[in-house]
Design a protein around this ligand. Structure first.
Ligand code: GAL
Length: 139
């Protein structure tokens, strides 16, 4: 696990915050992840994992020491070595995921205690050019 970025927000990131990551991967063999972590233990409220070798975007949560049921995006709108922009925005019901301004999926919140979701991490094969974390009006 190569940690590329980490930020903590004690006041909580959900709902209403938007995390915008600009970057590219160095190889088509690899993958990266963006995780929204819950402060209670090692829980991952939302795991966003594009896998370039498979051409799949896998989303899941890691709660109670185990992975839950995976959810997959219908498309894979990224290319290795090409810049992309991923935005993950949360409203009351979902994490909403946009790639290059197109909505590709939504993921229903499994962690209901929003105030505990206080950390975002980016791991593995991504060269990050910027990360922007902004408060948005709820849609
Ligand atoms: C596993 C993988 C984890 C995570 C999980 C998602 O196979 O090892 O890193 O991506 O799938 O369901």
């Amino acid at each position: 696990m190569a940690l590329k970025f980490e930020a903590s927000f004690p006041q909580g990131l959900c709902p209403g915050w938007s995390v915008i990551v600009k970057g590219e991967t160095s190889s088509s063999e690899n993958d990266f992840e963006i995780n929204f972590l819950s402060e209670s233990g090692d829980q991952i409220a939302f795991h966003f994992n594009p896998r370039f070798s498979e051409g799949n975007i896998i989303c899941n949560s890691f709660l109670g020491s185990r992975w839950g049921q995976e959810e997959r995006a219908d498309t894979f709108p990224m290319e290795a070595k090409e810049p992309f922009l991923v935005e993950i925005y949360s409203d009351q019901e979902h994490f909403q995921v946009f790639v290059d301004d197109n909505k590709i999926m939504q993921y229903r919140h499994r962690v209901k205690q929003f105030s505990g979701i206080t950390k975002v991490q980016i791991l593995n094969d991504i060269n990050i050019s910027s990360v922007e974390i902004t408060r948005r009006e709820l849609y």
